[in-house]
Design a binder for this molecule. Sequence first.
Ligand code: SAH
Length: 247
Amino acid sequence: MEGKKGRVFAVGLGPGSPGHMTGEVLKAIQASEAVIGYHVYLELIEGLLAGKEVFASGMRRELERCEKALALAREGKTVSLVSGGDPGVYGMAGPLLEINGKQTEPVEIEVVPGVTAACMAGAVLGAPLMHDTALISLSDLLTPREMIKKRLRLAAEGDFVTVLYNPGSASRSGYVKWARDIFLEYRKKETPVGIVRNAARENQEKWIATLGELADYSVDMFTLVIIGNSRTYCSGGRMITPRGYAL
Ligand code: SAH
């Protein structure tokens, strides 16, 4: 007789507060016998983990986590593989599907979306993502630096609102500065820029600055930067990109 079929839910917890986790993600985690993730994210959902097998690992262990999730699912278990924000935006859904596609015994995978940091930070700042937007990660861990610069240049030239994920870390302190310099070739130095740290977490901080001032702010791996397009403006402390209506 065939045993119970396992599966993996690639879930996104949202930006950090329980209220921003979707009902479907909650259901998937509750239905799972095993939960795998970066330990910082698992700490956010500690209360949901009682009675489950839990595999917490450190940063940069993404592929191991995918392998572990697939192995447990092959044993017949229902597994949640956890990402912060959305699993499909610089998260675990991609590598999981890629690795599964190479297996002789692929398992069933369901991607369950979450609120990505861009949406949360956008809400904190006002409505900066109201028009065409590019998401660009400044991390050169998996992407050549020249490619990142090319995408920044084209996003700037194309007048996209641009969200910078992974804008900096201790070892990448100058990266927002070169992003700023590229954008200054195409956009005014008064262009509004929003900076949100720890969006939807207890220690949330936000600043609305200008493109010219961007390098004066220190950014880290808990920070997201949103550069407005040529029409973005500030009103009443909020950052707004016009939708296009004549008002
Ligand atoms: N899958 C995640 C992104 C992972 S990349 C998502 O969809 O949000 C990690 C980067 O996302 C961080 O370096 C930071 O730039 C951004 N980020 C994630 N959560 C954040 C939060 N709560 N506040 C601010 N930035 C956040």
